[in-house]
Ligand binder design. Structure first.
Ligand SMILES: CC(C)(COP(=O)(O)OP(=O)(O)OC[C@H]1O[C@@H](n2cnc3c(N)ncnc32)[C@H](O)[C@@H]1OP(=O)(O)O)[C@@H](O)C(=O)NCCC(=O)NCCS
Length: 181
């Protein structure tokens, strides 16, 4: 497999039945699996810990995330440490599609667990899920000042599209974004 060809890696892992990766010297293992509604509280707590993240009052509420998961079953992903009695969520990606294009939101890994391949494993899991639904392209927004985030996507060989502008229009003023410090 050619190094850094993410699409090859997606296809490589698609042939495996599960994605388990070792993340620490003490043999703690991290399991990447689809996000469930019951994960919401832990995922939300994780989002609050991520510096610079913008958390939306409606979209990121329990109801908002449940709506997203119902529309996009089995595509969003979490990374969990399982100590036998309980799962601790250390990474998450909200991922879905509109029938044509896939989108990733709130891609994050707990600071203590970064640089161990968890972000990459979750990204691959989401991409596999999108491929299964015959989605041909996936995109995301990274703030220009997010050095770590942009380095991650560059490292994974995603295309930074310089030739286009991103447009949006707010449809509901009550969906307020609060940025983490
Ligand atoms: C971005 C983020 C999800 C990466 O998660 P991670 O588990 O640490 O990433 P991985 O270990 O899978 O890294 C895969 C590759 O990404 C690149 N990368 C990841 N973190 C990097 C960093 N801090 N600096 C430079 N390159 C980095 C490397 O190429 C790395 O490959 P390598 O380990 O072979 O060098 C994590 O840093 C994070 O949660 N950041 C805060 C939230 C954020 O910015 N999210 C992205 C929003 S667009």
């Amino acid at each position: 497999m050619e190094k850094n060809n993410l699409l090859d890696e997606v296809e490589f892992y698609a042939k495996k039945t599960s994605a388990y990766i070792e993340v620490s010297k003490n043999k703690e293992s991290v399991h990447v699996r689809p996000m469930k509604k019951e994960d919401y509280e832990q995922v939300y707590d994780l989002w609050l810990q991520i510096q610079g993240f913008g958390i939306r009052t409606i979209d990121d509420s329990k109801e908002g995330v449940y709506k997203f998961l119902e529309r996009n079953p089995g595509i969003s992903t979490v990374a969990v440490v399982d100590n036998g009695s309980q799962e601790k969520i250390v990474g998450a990606i909200l991922c879905g599609h509109d029938g044509r294009r896939g989108c990733m939101y709130h891609v994050c890994v707990n600071k203590k667990y970064r640089k161990k391949g968890i972000g990459k494993a979750m990204t691959i899991a989401c991409m596999r899920a999108l491929q299964k639904e015959k989605i041909n392209v996936v995109s995301l927004i990274a703030y220009k000042n997010n050095e770590v985030g942009n380095q991650f996507w560059h490292g994974e060989n995603w295309n930074e599209r310089q030739e286009m502008n991103y447009y949006d229009f707010i449809l509901n003023d009550e969906n307020i974004t609060n940025f983490n410090e």
